[in-house]
Design a protein around this ligand. Structure first.
Ligand SMILES: [Zn+2]
Length: 66
């Protein structure tokens, strides 16, 4: 059994079948976006490896969210 990593899992805004916005939770892909700077109204982020799952997107066993 494995659990989708809580560290890099993300809420993705999407439009539901009824045309209303909703959030869809997607399993982590092992990378997290780290905010590094805001320059001239743009947000700069770098992708780095997730510390929680070591880049795999999954945790061994059942892991409750903390
Ligand atoms: Zn992760």
């Amino acid at each position: 059994m494995k659990t989708a990593c809580h560290g890099c899992r993300a809420d993705v805004p999407t439009i539901g079948p009824d045309g209303r916005p909703r959030k869809r939770q997607v399993a982590g892909d092992g990378s997290v976006a780290e905010h590094v700077a805001t320059v001239g109204g743009y947000t700069a982020v770098v992708e780095k490896k997730c510390d929680v799952c070591d880049g795999t997107g999954w945790l061994d066993g059942f892991v409750p969210p903390c």
